[in-house]
Design a protein around this ligand. Structure first.
Ligand SMILES: [Zn+2]
Length: 125
């Protein structure tokens, strides 16, 4: 894996290849492509795990949930109205943020050559 010279956060937020910055990372909304369409970099090594999800949970919990509670208190709306309005907003914002964070995490993984440690990495002396 070649070291990326591109800024990983910028290319990640744009959903672009960490190696060339041209090809897109995604073949679906959240599904990674197998290879870069421009430089053929291998994306099958993507292994962000739960990292992007945890970041999204923190962001939504810090910013969106207080907005929903504030709406409920200011408008004095019944709880079911608050749920009908804010649950779709929370789901849409979470999916959008998840795509952005998956891109950023993979670009950071690529830049730092992060991967799972295996027994072959342990030097025996
Ligand atoms: Zn590429």
């Amino acid at each position: 894996m070649a070291k990326a010279k591109l800024p990983p956060v910028e290319t990640g937020l744009r959903g672009k290849c960490p190696q060339c910055g041209e090809g897109t990372l995604f073949k679906g909304f959240l599904t990674f492509a197998d290879r870069c369409e421009a430089c053929h970099a291998d994306f099958t090594i993507e292994d962000a795990g739960d990292g992007p999800t945890v970041i999204v949970i923190f962001l939504v919990g810090i910013f969106i949930v207080p907005m929903a509670l504030g709406f409920s208190m200011v408008v004095n709306a019944p709880m079911w109205v608050t749920f009908i309005i804010w649950i779709p907003i929370i789901i849409i914002v979470s999916l959008f943020l998840l795509r952005l964070m998956r891109g950023v995490m993979f670009n950071l993984q690529w830049k730092h050559d992060a991967r799972e440690v295996t027994s072959s990495d342990i030097k025996r002396g």
